[in-house]
Design a protein around this ligand. Structure first.
Ligand code: NDP
Length: 331
């Protein structure tokens, strides 16, 4: 498939260019807001063309798909232009700055008949696929609660707009709560109903929150607690599900790499669960390619992206108001 990159980003350079090429994709062009940066990025990554003109990029090279990884406030306009040009779209999270815009993007893609996917990588991890298989096999019975530990230490090269630019979608809530919402939805197969939350700045955030804790209710009655941060150098991540017949305790699994450990604890004792170490982004691109060819659906589609954003928006509102807040999925 012939691809264009919209955004000369770190995530594309560090993960997605390799994943797209690894799945057989031909990256024809890259868009940057700066023509010079587009040219330099194209040269560095062996991409034939760099451009600062979105319409020209979409019109050239007979592109079939685009991958959007600009800062968050640009996703909406760029995705809508790509959809209007008939391109399949793999869009970074959060899909947009508002749930309403994200719904508009998904509806536009449906109307245009193009595939629209959200790049939620965690549901592609071998670890999370193994956790879900254990859940679906009834290994822990009915889920009572979920604890998500996603407090990380933002590396210096990512401390730009994320920590000081609310207009670009900075802050830990748009950055990480969306991933946690998607992962919880992936495992439980249901959507959070109400949330309470507090957020704050603990050393990095300037004008945006760098830390957040929240509690979510689920339709089944399960409760979720989630902790996200940019400032925790030693915490390591984790994901725990506690059920009527057992618990799953996973460590170091809220990551971009295919790593971590999963422990299943039941009345019979403790068991380490093994899992595949495939590349998370490679699997996401492979399923996206299949969907564009008419086979199956992307790992996370546009509706998944709307829902993860809706949970994050509710967490942000709850933290700002101090009120218990219903998640509004935008109809
Ligand atoms: P970056 O800051 O690396 O890139 C965002 C934009 O910043 C780029 O499009 C580029 O603008 C500009 N930029 C980047 N590096 C430079 C530089 N050295 N000099 C000048 N401008 C620069 O952000 P990320 O790659 O971390 O994130 C991009 C998107 O991807 C976000 O929506 C984020 O939420 C998402 N993301 C998703 C992840 C996932 O696992 N699903 C992981 C990380 C990010 P321009 O294109 O105009 O040149």
């Amino acid at each position: 498939m012939r691809w264009g990159l919209i955004g000369a980003s770190n995530i594309a350079a560090n993960h997605m260019i390799g994943a797209i090429r690894g799945a057989g994709g031909d990256i024809r062009s890259v868009l940057s807001s700066s023509g010079a940066r587009a040219a330099a990025y194209a040269a560095e990554h062996g991409i034939p063309r760099g451009s600062d003109d979105l319409e020209a990029l979409l019109a050239a090279d007979d592109l079939e798909a685009v991958y959007i990884s600009t800062t968050n406030e640009k996703h909406f306009v760029q995705a809508m232009a790509a959809i209007a040009a008939g391109k399949h779209v793999l869009c970074e999270k959060p899909l947009a700055m508002t749930v309403g815009d994200a719904v508009t993007m998904v509806r536009a893609a449906q109307t245009a008949g193009v595939v629209f996917a959200t790049n939620h990588h965690l549901r592609n991890a071998g670890s999370h696929l193994a956790i879900r298989a254990a859940l679906q096999a009834g290994r822990i019975g009915d889920v009572l609660s979920v604890r998500v530990f996603h407090a990380v230490h933002l590396p210096p090269f990512l401390r730009g707009w994320r920590i000081d630019n609310p207009a670009a979608g900075g802050g830990v809530i748009p950055d990480i709560v969306v991933h946690d919402a998607d992962t919880v939805r992936f495992h439980l197969g249901e959507d959070p109903v109400e949330v309470v939350a507090m957020s704050g700045a603990s050393g990095m955030g300037k004008g945006v929150e760098d830390s957040c804790m929240s509690v979510w209710t689920m339709p089944s009655g399960a409760m979720v607690m989630a902790h996200e941060s940019f400032t925790h150098a030693f915490a390591k991540t984790g994901f725990e599900l506690h059920g009527t017949k057992g618990s799953i305790v996973a460590r170091n699994v809220m990551t971009q790499a295919p790593v971590g450990e999963i422990l299943l604890r039941t009345g019979s004792g403790e068991e380490a669960l093994s899992f595949s170490d495939h590349n998370l982004y490679g699997r996401a691109v492979g399923l996206f390619n299949d969907a564009c060819a008419g086979n199956g659906r992307p790992a996370a589609d546009g509706i998944d992206g709307v829902k993860s954003l809706a949970v994050a928006a509710a967490v942000a509102d709850a933290a700002a108001t101090g009120q218990r807040t219903a998640v509004n999925y935008g109809g």
